[in-house]
Design a protein around this ligand. Structure first.
Ligand SMILES: Nc1ncnc2c1ncn2[C@@H]1O[C@H](COP(=O)(O)OP(=O)(O)OP(=O)(O)O)[C@@H](O)[C@H]1O
Ligand SMILES: [Mg+2]
Length: 337
């Protein structure tokens, strides 16, 4: 199929784009979810099902062509399965998934976002795709009343365009956000269901470890997923990364391929690396060079301030001492005369 985005964003074709049309392959069988998340997702699916029945099969979409889009918000931390679930919904509907990395779209084409959002809805219509706005915190956030900043003005316009498009669109739109709070009230009204994605517990992590492997993946007899799940309280995304790293290091070992196995030590080593990488990333956010520079600057300022304060106190003390000395001298002179 010709890439429809080559038309719209020619510079992006051929690499991980801001917009991607994905053939939905992953299903709900590939996702292990906490009970509460599963229930909320089931609710969303029931709505999708009824929607198809009412608006397609029963023809009500032709009678009521506006305000029929089904908009969901998938909220939760990174690596908890939001993207796979969006793909699984598209798969369930037999549609493609039109994935839009919203934060990148906004930063890449400043000034063009409202126009691009409108164009994306046209493409989703043409492709009859499920529309997925990933990293959509900015669009969901409350519109600001302070429109003096051009960035804020653009955000407000984009939210308005998004709301208009949602009014006209007759398909499924999913937003992924990391924070559930601070929704624009008008936007909130258009969202049918919020699905909260939580980090998996030990039991779920054990199942995620298993679901990340294939029946052909050769495992050593010492592999113990229960132990791995209990030892590392991480997200599904982290487990995925560790599985791939472990497989790579097992494959790179010496010896005949048929004899190679992924052992517990490979999984442990890989997971340690993933955890370490996350810690480094966290530190680099807190301790980036700019931040270090800023904090050094703040410390220097503080020191100068303290020195200045100390100087002022010393000067005041010296002044006071001088005054006392002068008074003493006058008194002595008076006593002599
Ligand atoms: N609940 C889960 N069950 C099974 N696999 C999972 C689960 N969560 C994450 N994974 C694995 O981690 C990978 C990344 O997950 P996904 O991209 O869906 O997370 P996300 O919530 O969209 O994260 P982000 O907010 O960073 O985009 C998936 O492709 C999958 O292999
Ligand atoms: Mg995602």
């Amino acid at each position: 199929m010709a890439n429809p985005f080559a038309r719209l964003f020619p510079a992006l074709s051929g690499r991980r784009g801001v917009i991607e049309s994905v053939e939905a392959r992953r299903t709900f069988r590939d996702v292990i979810l906490p009970e509460r998340t599963r229930r909320m997702l089931d609710d969303a699916l029931t709505q999708v099902h009824s929607y198809n029945l009412i608006f397609r099969d029963w023809g009500l979409g032709e009678r009521h062509p506006t305000g029929t889009a089904l908009a969901f918000n998938f909220a939760g931390p990174s690596g908890t399965g939001k993207t796979i679930c969006a793909e699984a919904i598209a798969h369930h509907l037999g549609k493609r998934l039109l994935l839009v990395r919203y934060a990148e779209l906004e930063s890449m084409w400043f000034g063009e976002t409202p126009k691009n959002v409108a164009a994306i809805f046209r493409i989703a219509e043409e492709e009859d795709a499920v529309l997925f706005f990933d990293e959509a915190d900015a669009i969901a956030a409350r519109r600001s009343t302070d429109v003096s900043q051009s960035i804020q003005r653009e955000t407000n316009t984009t939210v308005n365009v998004m709301l208009q498009e949602l009014e006209r669109f007759d398909g499924v739109v999913i937003f992924a956000t990391n924070l559930a709070a601070n929704f624009d009230p008008a936007f909130e009204r258009r969202i049918r269901t919020h699905v909260l994605f939580e980090l998996p517990d030990t039991e779920e992590r054990e199942q995620i470890w298993r679901v990340q492997l294939h029946r052909r993946t050769p495992l050593g007899e010492d592999v113990d997923f229960r132990e791995l799940a209990a030892r590392y309280a991480v997200s599904g995304g982290d487990i995925r990364n560790a599985v791939l790293k472990a497989a790579l290091s097992a494959a790179a070992e010496e010896g005949a391929d048929e004899l190679k196995r992924i052992h517990q030590r490979h999984f442990v080593g890989a997971m340690e690396e993933v955890v370490r990488a996350k810690t480094v990333m966290k530190q680099s956010v807190i301790e980036s060079p700019e931040r270090q520079y800023d904090s050094a600057l703040a410390e220097t300022r503080q020191m100068l301030l303290q020195m200045r304060t100390a100087g002022t106190i010393a000067a005041a003390a010296a002044g006071a001492a001088l005054l006392v000395a002068a008074i003493a001298l006058i008194l002595a002179l008076m006593a002599l005369s």
